[in-house]
Design a protein around this ligand. Structure first.
Ligand code: HEM
Length: 514
């Protein structure tokens, strides 16, 4: 009588064991992962500073191969946590992970991601990136902006001098000054003017940041309920308002430029002039509609501004926290200026090896995009023996890689000398995507195309600020007291804005040309 029940029970047991074994086998082919909960997966384990949470999770649950697999709501996510894993990823799997995950916020703000940063991998992205690399950010074009940089560094020095006089020996908050400088350079390179245009851009960017960074309802919920959440919470309405404001601003900019662009000499063109000329000439096989031009311009502006101003603020913070490094850098700057005619020119930057080393050290410890921009795989891939399915999101934890003890001596120490030479001989570690232990600009196909634009903007500002001023902490604050924590956002600025006391220096020569 009991036989059918026994058979059924035995059958159920066999099925159960089969499923268990298969699951184990399948799991065995996936990278290590912490315990998860339904619906959220591991999302609840990620704090406001995702790069720090991911680093902690890797230390606790990761294996020796530098990979971690997470389920962040609906998104399966691979995290690269060490320099060795980054080397393998960029050398062997760059193509498979060259796409971007779709984001509703970025989609709406960036005209259906018809730009460079958020575009999925494919022909349209390839052509847009070529335009960025060959036409907008080529060495020749970057060089043509030298007068803009010189004028804006001079303005930064003058504003700092004014702020120092007004503060009368008290501290000056540097963030506004540094942001204003980066914003003005980028706005002038884009549209030829700064002033009111730069101010409008500043406001638009501040309102947009939250919609292209961080998590969205779609990360946890299927599309229909996520749309409902967006509607109920008013996210959509707010986003729609910002999208319209951007569109109006960019339409005005294009209209104003269309009239005069045809008469601008090629060497005097800004980004917008270049794009409008390429449209007129039908170049590069990409139909440059108004929307695509707006998407590319907005992309470049957003990619360039905060990354640069955050880096400047972190550099000033590290320098004041490390007076030995600040003194050594000021000596280098004074020496190079004295060797010339007492003035600093852009061509002097390549004589300042220590300045470049300081910048590398800052970007090692404080990369503005600590997880890069998320990538996504387009095909199943085997990474270090693990089978990673297609449509897996990739975070490269650049912040953790810069602190990887297997790649760096005393990783927490601020020591730019590590970039002056290599113990093993050969060229010092570089940050342009060839040395995978230092990839603040990314590497491979998705590498930042703006490196050559960013470096003189950063280095000239630092040379100007350190040549014209001595910098001290406000009375009663010691270097060790400085809060070196980050705030979450599109980039990672300092949690606490930096306040320093600038002391004007007596220079042997009249004011610099910068
Ligand atoms: C300190 C300055 C900067 C830093 C640290 C930085 C860093 C980055 C990073 C980490 C990425 C993503 C790489 C990846 O996903 O693998 C990126 C992408 C990008 N950056 Fe930059 N960037 C800086 C300045 C600039 C500037 C000045 C521009 C333009 C003028 C620019 C334009 C772009 C663009 C268009 C992309 C998208 C590339 C793509 O998806 O193919 N960036 N940048």
């Amino acid at each position: 009588m009991a036989t059918p029940y026994v058979l059924a029970a035995a059958g159920a047991l066999i099925v159960f064991l089969y499923v268990l074994v298969m699951n184990r086998r399948r799991r065995g082919k996936l990278p290590p992962s912490p315990p998860s909960v339904p619906l959220l997966g591991h999302l609840h384990l990620i704090g406001r500073l995702a790069h720090r949470s991911l680093h902690d999770l890797h230390l606790r649950y990761g294996g020796g191969n530098g990979l971690l697999l997470l389920q962040l709501g609906r998104r399966r996510t691979l995290v690269v946590c060490t320099a060795a894993a980054a080397t393998d990823m960029f050398k062997n799997h760059d193509l498979a992970f060259a796409s971007r995950p779709r984001s509703v916020g970025a989609d709406k703000l960036m005209y259906g991601c018809d730009n460079v940063s958020f575009a999925p991998y494919g022909e349209s992205w390839r052509r847009a990136k070529k335009i960025a690399v060959v036409h907008l950010l080529s060495p020749r074009r970057v060089e043509s902006f030298a007068p803009v940089r010189a004028a804006e560094v001079a303005a930064l020095v003058a504003r700092t001098r004014l702020a120092a006089a007004e503060a009368a020996g008290e501290g000056v908050e540097l963030r506004g000054l540094l942001y204003g400088y980066a914003n003005a350079v980028v706005t002038r390179a884009t549209a030829g003017v700064a002033g009111a245009t730069a101010e409008r851009l500043k406001q638009l960017m501040a309102k947009s940041a939250g919609f292209v960074a961080g998590f969205e309802p779609e990360d946890v919920l299927p599309d229909a309920p996520a749309r409902f959440v967006r509607w109920v919470t008013g996210i959509d309405k707010k986003l729609g308002g910002i999208v319209r404001a951007w569109d109006m601003f960019l339409s005005e900019l294009i209209a104003a430029h269309e009239e005069k662009t045809a008469n601008v000499a090629e060497e005097d063109e800004g980004f917008l002039d270049v794009l409008l000329r390429l449209r007129r000439d039908g170049a590069e096989g990409l139909e440059l509609t108004d929307n695509r031009i707006k998407a590319i311009v907005k992309d470049v502006i957003m990619a360039a501004t905060e990354t640069s101003s955050d880096t400047l603020e972190w550099t000033m913070a590290e320098l004041v926290a490390n007076p030995r490094v600040m003194g050594k850098l000021q000596d280098e700057i004074a020496r190079v200026a004295a060797a010339g005619d007492g003035q600093l020119a852009e061509s002097d930057l390549n004589k300042m090896g220590y300045l470049r080393a300081v910048l590398k050290e800052v970007l090692r410890l404080h990369p503005p995009a600590p997880l890069l921009v998320p990538h996504e795989s387009t095909a199943p891939t085997v990474v270090q023996g693990y089978e990673i399915p297609a449509k897996t999101v990739l975070f490269v934890n650049v912040w953790a890689i810069g602190r990887d003890p297997a790649a760096w001596d005393a990783p927490e120490e601020f020591r730019p000398e590590r970039f002056m030479f290599r113990d093993s001989g050969g060229a010092p570690v570089d940050f342009r995507g060839t040395d995978y232990q230092l990839v603040p600009f990314g590497a491979g196909r998705r590498i930042c195309p703006g490196i050559s634009f960013a470096l003189p903007v950063l280095e000239l500002a630092l040379a100007g600020l350190l040549r014209h001023f001595d910098w001290e902490l406000p009375a009663g604050v010691r270097p060790g007291d400085l809060d070196m924590g980050e705030a979450p956002g599109l980039t990672t600025p300092r949690r606490v804005p930096l306040v320093l006391v600038p002391k004007c220096k007596m220079l042997p020569q009249p004011a610099l040309q910068q």
